[in-house]
Design a protein around this ligand. Structure first.
Ligand code: ADQ
Length: 476
């Protein structure tokens, strides 16, 4: 019997787990799959060391080999904080004003992609399938190919792919896109992202797009597909009624004292539109004074990437706006905005979502946004809340039952909040039914399976030829 293919997942950080209560659905979905097929999860250990290891440290966890390498301080500054998070992240989210195209960052990015590829290559077997994740590792596949690796390789971009007019401001845009052609399948979150990629290929690289999804440029033909990521909806719904969730719900209920809650949960990132969101809430209080004493907005936003200066600025900015709103509108027994700058457990978030009348998700740009889907999954079918969602989140293409807003239009968001807070139970139920149907249907397992099936279908003929070559070689 043929040996099943082994899956090798490559991502900046590894997250092997089965603890759905603690980890996100993505980590669990990929871990589960690795356990089924046997496999390797390779990436950065999260450690910075003076002498980073060139051979990965490996540990076996339930049939999965976790293989990690450290970064040097220069690697960390140039690859992680530098090119990945100060050039690609802002650029791909259309924040040209924040992008830093320092050449050293780019050199460091290529160096780490190469070092990672050299570290993984000795572990690879002929029948492996390699699945690489996200903007930190765009150049990783090309480095593996340079070493002669012929395994099927897929790449999934979790963040948006920008329009060519924006992407071409990156001095090395052509090198980066050419590197993407080392993969056999490149996956995007939305049709819009894929279109931006195809437009670049045709207009900037002189490539060709075929009707069946194949794309040729730089002497290679690959497939570009759309695979909107989802969550483990049933699991999240269960978490929302767990003991832990109920405890947090009760704590919040005590503070709310029958007031409606609006909830936002985001990593503290300038792409999430938090200052605009705070201003929109301020407008709600200003233009719809009947909400004074009646509505509390809870924003949970833990600090991330704290050593990238723009993340320090956004934190200070938010503290200023929150202080101003509360200073102006608070009463002895009512604090309009509760801004909490730390992380919560997943059951706690699920409980808070379930209690909140409105889920406010207004990124300025977002690959998908899983919080929007988690808010929907956590709702009670008998008394569901309303999702107010930015049109610039990938999720807006699927979650048509939401109140879709333009996050730059603060008055528009305030009006949508007012509509949400006053929406009849009948309409809330109707909208939620559409939303939850979509969240359940396009879940994380479907995402994972459809990507891997596509990858296999793209490379099967090639694999057949490679096997035949090896067989003929062996019988000679
Ligand atoms: P992120 O930018 O991190 O992900 P998102 O999709 O919302 O954004 O996922 C965040 C996850 O972290 C969610 O599962 C959420 O519950 C959790 N989280 C957020 N704040 C938290 C808090 N305070 N405490 C605990 N958990 C918290 C990137 C892209 C997205 C894309 C995902 C997946 O930027 O566009 O949807 O990858 O592909």
């Amino acid at each position: 019997m043929a040996k099943p293919e082994r899956l090798v997942i490559v991502s900046n950080r590894v997250a092997v787990t089965t603890d759905a209560a603690r980890a996100g659905g993505l980590a669990v979905a990929l871990s589960e799959l690795l356990k089924k097929t046997g496999g390797v999860w390779f990436g950065w250990s999260g450690k910075v060391s003076a002498r980073p290891n060139s051979h990965p440290d490996t540990v076996g966890r339930g049939g999965v080999t976790v293989a990690t390498v450290d970064l040097s301080a220069d690697d960390y500054d140039e690859y992680y904080s530098g090119f990945a998070n100060s050039a690609l992240w802002p650029l791909f989210h259309y924040r040209l004003d924040l992008a830093n195209f320092n050449r050293d960052f780019y050199e460091g990015y290529l160096r780490v992609n190469r070092r990672f590829a050299h570290a993984l290559e000795p572990m690879l077997e002929d029948d492996d399938i390699v699945w690489v994740h996200d903007y930190h590792l765009l150049a990783f596949g090309e480095e593996l190919r340079r070493m002669g690796c012929e395994q099927p390789m897929g790449f999934f971009l979790h963040i948006p792919f920008p329009a060519p007019e924006v992407l071409t401001t990156l001095p090395v845009h052509d090198v980066i896109v050419r590197a993407m052609f080392a993969y056999d399948l490149v996956g995007f979150q939305t049709e819009g992202d894929r279109t931006c990629f195809l437009n670049y290929v045709v207009n900037e690289a002189g490539g060709t797009v075929y009707e069946d999804g194949r794309v040729s440029a730089f002497g290679r033909t690959i497939v570009a597909g759309v695979f909107p990521i989802g969550i483990d909806a049933d699991n999240f719904a269960e978490l929302a009624t767990s003991k832990n969730a109920m405890e947090h719900r009760r704590r919040l209920e005590r503070v709310l004292r029958r007031r409606h809650a609006i909830v936002g949960v985001d990593r503290l990132d300038y792409t999430k539109g938090l200052p605009e969101r705070f201003h929109a809430f301020e407008r709600l209080l200003k233009h719809y004074p009947e909400n004074h004493g009646r509505v509390t907005y809870v924003q949970i936003a833990p600090t991330t990437r704290a050593d990238v200066p723009d993340y320090v600025h956004i934190r200070e900015e938010l503290e200023g706006i929150a202080g101003k709103i509360n200073g102006e509108y608070s009463e002895l027994d009512w604090t309009p905005l509760r801004y909490i700058n730390r992380s919560f457990s997943r059951p706690a978030l699920a409980g808070i979502f379930r209690l909140s009348r409105v889920g406010l998700v207004t990124p300025l740009r977002d690959g998908m946004n899983l919080v929007a889907k988690e808010y929907v999954a956590a709702q009670s079918p008998r008394n569901p809340g309303v999702l107010v969602l930015s049109r610039f989140a990938g999720a807006a293409h699927q979650l048509t039952g939401a109140l879709v807003v333009n996050p730059y239009d603060e008055q528009g968001v305030a009006d949508a909040l007012q509509t949400a807070l006053n929406m009849s139970l009948q309409e809330r139920k109707k909208r939620w039914a559409t939303l939850v149907e979509s969240v359940r249907r396009d879940d994380v397992v479907g995402w994972r399976e459809s990507f891997l099936e596509k990858l296999k279908s793209v490379v099967d003929p090639k694999r057949g030829r490679a096997r035949e070559k090896r067989r003929v070689g062996a019988t000679r």
